[in-house]
Design a protein around this ligand. Structure first.
Ligand SMILES: Nc1ncnc2c1ncn2[C@@H]1O[C@H](COP(=O)(O)OP(=O)(O)OP(=O)(O)O)[C@@H](O)[C@H]1O
Ligand SMILES: [Mg+2]
Length: 280
């Protein structure tokens, strides 16, 4: 498989009170076209920082080094950008090239706008469709994420929906412009176990249907293993292990990965492999 993203020596530090605190300390990683890549690690290991860097969403306080190579198939050229001096057209555009699902759908959805309009806006902005066609597409998206009664769902507000339903809407908005990459940053962590399994199944189905590349971020190695082709393990801002899911589960090389496995599962992790979980 070819690399869709080539991350090289990515370094991110946050400036706080004149002091720089390193969050990523030189991470190099290829994200392969069409793969489902999980990034795992404990709280503070730099998972979100990596995701935000890829999506161009790091805050002003971030000091960035290294490169993220992003081939642009349209012009058949390949660019790298070294923030902050990256060329404009070489940046993968959030919404169009990258769909981003956050942990808390309430923070990504506008509380005072009907959900149909929020999805239609993404479609209109990135696919340059009319409002009418954008709403038709929004309805199809609500069907695809299996929101009950999509016709009336178009006109509901986020607060009228359950946590799981809100996350379904956020996912619909994230994939509305048919991005190549879907990044889910702890997208199921705030949900109860059953809803979590349903949302994981939904993500799995949508990624397969659209041939998207998935970057699935979680602190939960079991959840990551249920979904991913490969798993990358971050610790204190460093990539300490990267491999096929079965290799990471059956024969982790790093003691930290072993410790994560044991903490989550006890010693026998094999039942994880091939686990399918709930329906979408
Ligand atoms: N906006 C910010 N300003 C200052 N420091 C930050 C900021 N965001 C993250 N950090 C710090 O950078 C480091 C990595 O944080 P990051 O959020 O990437 O970790 P994470 O692996 O996503 O953690 P979690 O599992 O809790 O979401 C942490 O030490 C964190 O405190
Ligand atoms: Mg995080």
């Amino acid at each position: 498989m070819t690399a869709l993203l080539s991350i090289r020596d990515l370094r991110v530090a946050y400036r706080r009170d004149g002091v720089e605190v390193a969050a990523l300390k030189g991470v190099s990683l290829d994200v392969l076209a069409g793969e489902r890549l999980a990034i795992i690690g404990e709280s503070g290991s730099g998972k979100s920082t990596l995701a935000l860097a890829v999506a161009g969403l790091l805050p002003q306080s971030a000091v960035i080094g290294g490169t993220i190579g992003w081939p642009i198939p349209k012009s058949q050229t390949s660019h790298s950008f070294a923030p902050p001096s990256r060329p404009r057209d070489a940046i993968p555009l959030l919404g169009r090239d990258i769909g981003f699902v956050f942990q808390d759908p309430s923070s990504s959805l506008d509380p005072v706008m009907p959900v149909g309009k929020q999805i239609a806006e993404v479609v209109r902005t990135h696919l340059k469709l009319s409002w009418r066609d954008s709403y038709t597409k929004a309805k199809t998206l609500l069907q695809r994420v299996r929101l009950p009664d999509p016709d009336s769902a178009l006109h509901t507000y986020p607060h009228q929906l359950s946590g799981g339903q809100k996350q379904r809407v956020a996912i619909a908005a994230a994939i509305a412009a048919a991005p190549k990459i879907l990044i889910a940053d702890e997208a199921t962590s705030a949900l109860d176990t059953i809803v979590q399994a349903e949302i994981v199944a939904l993500i799995r189905r949508l990624v397969a249907e659209d041939g998207m590349t998935l970057i699935f971020i979680s602190h939960d190695i079991a959840l990551a293993a249920s979904l991913a082709d490969r798993i990358a393990v971050l610790r204190h801002g460093e990539l300490i292990e990267l491999g096929e899911t079965h290799q990471i589960i059956e024969a982790p090389r790093h003691t930290y990965t072993r410790a994560l496995l044991e903490a989550h599962l006890g010693l026998d992790a094999k039942p994880l492999l091939g686990r399918q979980g709930a329906s979408a």
